[in-house]
Write a protein that binds this ligand. Sequence first.
Ligand code: GTP
Length: 566
Amino acid sequence: MHSHRPNHENPTSADLDVLSLLTSDHVNLGPLSPTAGTGNGIGKMGGSGERPKRQLPRRESPLDTLLISAVLAGSGPVTRHHLGHGPARPGAYTSCDESRPSSPSRIQPEKITLKSLQAPRSERLRLEQEVEITRLPYSTNHLSLPTSTSPTDDTPRLSPDTPRSPSNVMRPKRKMSVDPNPVSQILQAAASPINTNSFPTLPQLQSLFSPSTIQSDKTDGKVHVKCMARTRIPTPHGEMLLHLYHNSVDSKEHLAIVYDPIQLSPEARDAVKGRKEIRSKSLDQQWRIGETEMERVVRGAYIGRLLPGGESQASLPKSSQSTLNGEMEILDGLNDFDMEDEPNHQDILPLVRIHSECFTGETIGSMRCDCGEQLDEAMRLISLPRPIPNSSNNLPTPAASRTPSPDIHHPRQVPGRGVVIYLRQEGRGIGLLEKIRAYNLQDLGHDTVTANLLLGHGADERKYTVAAEIMRDLGLAEGGISLLTNNPEKVEGLTKEGIEVKERVGMIPRDWKCDGQDEGYGEWKLRREGVGLIGAGKASGKELEKYLRTKVERMGHLIDIPADKR
Ligand SMILES: Nc1nc2c(ncn2[C@@H]2O[C@H](COP(=O)(O)OP(=O)(O)OP(=O)(O)O)[C@@H](O)[C@H]2O)c(=O)[nH]1
């Protein structure tokens, strides 16, 4: 049924007919079918054949509201056939029938083309991605496009009306191998509060900075290490350079904590002319063609000097200068300092400590072992100014120990240098879970060696291959090292790996130190009370006594048990 009722105000004549029919006093319903009246007694055919009239009861009110609503409800403002005319278009309904092919007077209705104001979703996503790329603070494009996200942002955008031509569609610019602006500007821009919203997302960072894994780089079966990043860490013992390593043997992140003041202070450099920096070869390498300065800055790869609070801007290396064709040369071993080729034979050996992870001792201050204390002590010792070889007095003086920075004017001393190689070999290589189980066996009366053996482990399962490779990477294998340890197995292990241990320096537990062996520790402790590592104090107690004694008696550690502890 096709009802043509445009709206409530203008009923058609058909509607009015229906209304009058329903509201009139007598309604003639027309001829009834022959069977129509048989069942209900109404309107039976008379014998005369005269057509009986059916009467409907008169409705009380000609304008019965219920009735009117019933009629009007039959045709809403828009029927299925009128869909698309839109009530806002005057005359749309009137031309409806005329637009039918059967209509005699066919008036062509005005054609409406619906137009979306939005670009297609794929197009919008592509544009969003392009804008995102241009906003990365380290990207080359970042430098040519504003990064503000404020309402005053004048980043070029396409309005929906702008026709998209190859020239006005924003495309990422060709990736250049050089930052057109100096690192200082990039750093400033990245550090600016306005850019906090535009800092790259994690996946973006990962794709830009994650290097290929060592395993996929190397397939020759040898152990390889790669320094992934380096940063400056101010510690109670001075500024250390923390290096994080990946390797081809395990998935652990081994660390090297380097003390090398000549990299951080020109005064220290002047004091030891000819000293070589402790510098990672793998970190220094160019990791990919076109690696940018910013990428090198982020991984700590010897661009300028590492200084706090953006001061690195002040010392750009010569290597950051762009060449004429806009390509930057990043060569292996580039540095703003001149590297001395000739080793200084008057200089000290680097002091090296191979330290194994101990969560209990270093993090929660357990006194079942002296590991926390040893880590702190090793960092303290490598940072001490040291007497130059052949000097009459070979011990650091108490005065030197009190001096927070090396006393570079002292005629017999030079700034210290060294590294703590921190291996993730928890529990002498058996892991934290097994070490915890071993502790419970120790509580039953077993010592640290037997507890390991009862659990089916070796007394010491550590290996030093990775440590040796890290030393080689840091250039410490060439001239030999001075090793901080009491453990003969460490000396042996490193020697087997081709590291020349020229000297061993004992690690005396602080609780076992006699008068005169203190090397300034007492004064040092007073001076820096309240600061430092959790093991910066002195570990002591019966359990520690037993542990240390077992190391000497059963593991062959090269240290004397003090007379009063025997
Ligand atoms: N299995 C086991 N491991 C322990 C126990 N106590 C400490 N350790 C682990 O021993 C390691 C500490 O050893 P290090 O200090 O590096 O070396 P060391 O063999 O004692 O030799 P030094 O160089 O003289 O200190 C860490 O991995 C600790 O987690 C213990 O009772 N059982």
